[in-house]
Design a protein around this ligand. Structure first.
Ligand code: TTP
Ligand code: MG
Length: 383
């Protein structure tokens, strides 16, 4: 029998809002909404003081303001949160080499077998939270369990500043009363469909005959049944392949000028290129997302012959995709670098002079921007 695993899931509390409150005493203890304060603004996150009013992530800013008129609205400062996220990951890396980043403020760590070296998993979780508190002056919530599904469930149970442990013997008590939507992969639509048959909780689902579930949930039925029993064998994978880096921008008014959109896209490609190089990553593919005035949203992607972190290549690909669209006024444009890898395996057999030139230009740009502030140097030629 394989040794029991110990998985830690860690998630920062009200991340963007907590960073702003930490850095600006005037915001502490107050309801704060992070996001753009305009008719089309969306809430990125709400401070814990704003949540009892019903404010939450992904809500239109106008709705959040109506719910909590006294809230202080702070624009998103992505660069800043990115820096803090890197500091947080640097702390995590001291505790385990097996870290799977999930998002900017969230990760899984595999602590199996580290007991002799680091102490019990619970002691490690406490030390990690303490380090985050003392070094970053921020709180995180942690969950400990024998698999990823339960660890993530646990970290969410006592937010903020929580530490929740679900051991094997707790599973039968903890899981059955939870709503089915807590099972990974069951979204709103599936939950509603199951609700029509009286299946609302994990316990309800577990009681159904397998054949019935297969009929209604298809091939995923067995996966859900496993989760419902607290069984999830997925490993913690430090591989960053699945991750992406992107930027998107929603405009105050629909933009009818294609050149203006190209300029924004170039800016996004530059920022993404800079972030890829800073993290030592290369993209195998890119995607451009466009939302028209009528809300129709289209994403197009392109795969490179060889992974790249060169702004010129990212931009060329983005522009190629963009120019294929028949142009209509746009309310959102986004650029994402996808299928990221550390790039080492992509070493070119034959040196490509154009690529080398681009690399030198990018390196020089990054250096100068690092020294004199971002955006000191930017590329021309968006038009
Ligand atoms: P979350 O961890 O989902 O939320 P949170 O850290 O703000 O709050 P919680 O204490 O419940 O974990 O997301 C991390 C950050 O990602 C969040 O601070 C803002 C950003 N974000 C968005 O920009 N849009 C979104 O829809 C969500 C969910 C998060
Ligand atoms: Mg969080």
């Amino acid at each position: 029998m394989p040794a029991a695993r110990s998985i830690l899931h860690l998630d920062m509390d009200a991340f963007f809002a907590a960073v702003e409150q930490r850095d600006n005493p005037a915001l502490r203890g107050k309801p704060v909404l992070i996001g753009h304060d305009g008719p089309r603004g969306v809430v990125a996150t709400a401070s814990y003081e704003a949540r009892p009013f019903g404010c939450h992530s992904a809500q239109p800013m106008a709705v959040a303001k109506r719910l909590c008129p006294q809230a202080i609205i702070v624009p998103v400062n992505g660069e800043r949160y990115g820096e803090v996220s890197e500091q947080m990951f640097a702390i995590l890396e001291e505790f385990s080499p097996l870290i799977e980043p999930v998002s900017i403020d969230e990760a899984f760590l595999d602590l199996s077998g580290t007991e002799r070296l680091l102490g019990s998993d619970e002691a490690v979780a406490r030390r990690l939270k303490d380090r985050i508190k003392s070094e970053l002056n921020l709180t995180a919530s942690a969950g400990l369990a024998g698999c990823k599904f339960l660890a993530k469930l646990a970290s969410d149970m006592n937010k903020p500043d929580g530490l929740t442990i679900i051991r094997a013997e707790d599973v039968e008590r903890v899981l059955p009363p939870l709503p089915v939507s807590k099972l990974w992969g069951i979204g709103k639509v599936t939950a509603e469909r199951l609700g029509k048959y009286g299946i609302r909780t994990v316990g309800d689902l577990f009681k159904q005959p397998v054949e019935w579930l297969k009929k209604h949930l298809g091939n995923d039925a067995e996966w859900y049944l496993d989760l419902a029993r607290g069984v999830d064998d997925r490993p913690v994978t430090p591989d960053r392949e699945a991750k992406s880096i992107g930027h998107e921008e929603t405009f105050e008014v629909n933009v009818a000028d294609a050149d203006e959109i190209r300029r924004v896209l170039l800016d996004q490609a530059e920022q993404v290129g800079h972030r890829l190089r800073r993290h030592g990553l290369k993209a195998r593919a890119i995607a451009v997302k466009i939302r028209y005035g009528d809300f129709q949203t289209i994403t197009r992607s392109l795969t490179f012959a060889a992974a790249t972190d060169a702004t010129a290549e990212l931009w060329q690909a983005a522009r190629g995709l963009f120019d294929k669209w028949s142009f209509q006024p746009v309310r959102l444009i986004g650029f994402t670098a996808e299928r990221l890898s550390t790039g080492q395996e992509q070493m070119l057999l034959f040196a490509d002079p154009a690529r080398q030139r681009h690399e030198k230009l990018d390196a020089a740009t990054d250096l100068i921007n690092a020294k004199y502030g971002n955006r000191t140097i930017r590329r021309g030629g968006a038009g």
